[in-house]
Unconditional design. Sequence first.
Length: 95
Amino acid sequence: MLETENVSVFYGSHRALEGASITVDQNEIVVMLGSNGAGKSTFLQAISGLTSVAEGSTIKMDGIDITGKPPDDIVETGIALVPCLLYTSPSPRDL
């Protein structure tokens, strides 16, 4: 189970994410919706250890605190970001 409590991220003095909390049970599928700049990617980067979180933020995987751990340690818990690359095949005009 993934649990986050009060996750906040700052880029300098800019608050990119404030107080995000979520619980995701095993085999549960979750969708995050929001406008551009709402903090969706920042939240996922914080969970995966790619972005530092503010003091008071907590991220746990299966009850183990992974807050502030490096990404390579977090991957071992089963959490990873996979980039989505869109590929479109060439049209007949492109050939």
